[in-house]
Design a protein around this ligand. Structure first.
Ligand code: FO1
Length: 330
């Protein structure tokens, strides 16, 4: 699976349950967006990987959506009082333990992939393996118009958490992407994959960022080369229902790249594999069923299913439908 943070994590949790119930011989590898990552107070913060880690190990704060459940924020209050961290970005005390461990291992010379593997050793993720999309630092920056009209950039986290994506973005920049490459774990997982799922994550700053890493798109399209079936179908799940983002502020990101906030528009943005795009199949919500005929005519094996992941059962049913979209196609 290719995934971002919170929405991606819920979908992986559903897939894990579907695999437990119906495909016990299968395993799950998740290639996680690293564009949201940044340095703060000398620590490397990796929000999407941590959302995965915490959600799959049952420690995520489900109300807030990010960070650890039962969190306290004493250290963050000190850091903010010193002016070391901004008042719009809070690092919980338990969460800080993860960031300190990660940063210590990075300073000791481990790669981000090795760090992620080591973090996973502590928690039971139910057999899911997480991989950073890349071991290179490729943080997303957002270009906006300043008060004087000049263009200026800020880190994605500032645009997202401080300004809640309400400052119109002129464009997104994957800083340093030219020198990046997919992580070894991501490439190995893709080679062995029977199916690739594109999570209902932000198509621009999560999935788009993963696919923007040189070599990643080709590796996804070539996925399955060492699997029994030879070629892995690629199935996407819409992050848009009835013209609105399921969560997060994907609409602001889509507007920036000139894509309408619609389940059909996002499918066409990814494109059908048959016409040089990415996807074999695309799932939309039942309310978007009228889009299905047009999507099929456009080259997607499209289907309308319930997309709202209300609980584990509905998330597992959605994941099973994504796997079923493959079966229906082949
Ligand atoms: N999101 C917020 O809205 N406010 C925060 O203070 C905040 C802190 C934070 C700390 C660690 C972490 O891993 C994530 C955190 N997030 C926070 C969420 C996160 O920055 C964004 O929602 C994602 O990057 C977008 O996917």
């Amino acid at each position: 699976m290719l995934a971002g943070g919170v929405g991606g994590a819920r979908f992986v949790r559903g897939l894990r349950e579907a695999v437990r119930r119906w495909h016990p011989d299968s395993s799950i590898d998740v290639i996680v967006n690293t564009g949201d990552d940044w340095w703060l107070a000398g620590l490397r913060i990796t929000p999407d990987l941590d959302s995965m880690l915490y959600t799959l190990s049952g420690q995520n704060d489900e109300v807030r959506g990010w960070g650890r459940v039962g969190e306290s924020e004493r250290v963050s209050a000190e850091l903010q009082a010193y002016g070391v961290t901004p008042d719009w970005f809070t690092l919980g005390d338990l969460d800080l333990g993860t960031h300190i461990a990660r940063s210590a291992w990075l300073r000791a010379g481990l790669t981000p992939s090795e760090v992620v593997a080591r973090l996973q050793e502590r928690w039971d993720l139910g057999g899911v393996r997480l991989h950073p999309a890349t071991d290179h630092e490729v943080d997303t920056h957002v270009w906006v118009a300043s008060d004087t009209g000049a263009e200026e950039d800020m880190h994605f986290q500032e645009w997202w958490t401080r300004y809640r994506a309400q400052v119109p973005a002129l464009r997104f920049e994957q800083r340093g992407v030219a020198d990046a490459a997919p992580s070894p774990g991501a490439l190995a997982a893709l080679e062995a994959a029977d199916v690739v799922l594109v999570a209902p994550s932000n198509p621009v700053v999560s999935i788009g960022t993963v696919l923007g890493i040189p070599g990643m798109r080709d590796a996804v399209l070539a996925a399955g080369s060492s699997s029994a079936t030879g070629r892995a179908p690629i199935v996407g799940v819409s992050p848009i229902i009835a013209g609105a983002a399921v969560r997060g502020m994907a609409d602001a990101c889509l507007t920036t790249i000139g894509v309408a906030t619609g389940a059909g528009a996002v499918a066409r943005h990814y494109g059908p594999r048959a016409a040089g795009g990415l996807l074999d199949a695309w799932l939309v919500d039942e309310v978007d069923e009228p889009l299905v005929a047009g999507l099929r005519a456009g080259g997607f094996a499209a289907a309308a299913v319930p997309l709202w992941m209300r609980d584990l059962d509905t998330a597992a049913a959605l994941a099973e439908a994504a796997l079923g979209a493959v079966a229906a196609r082949s």
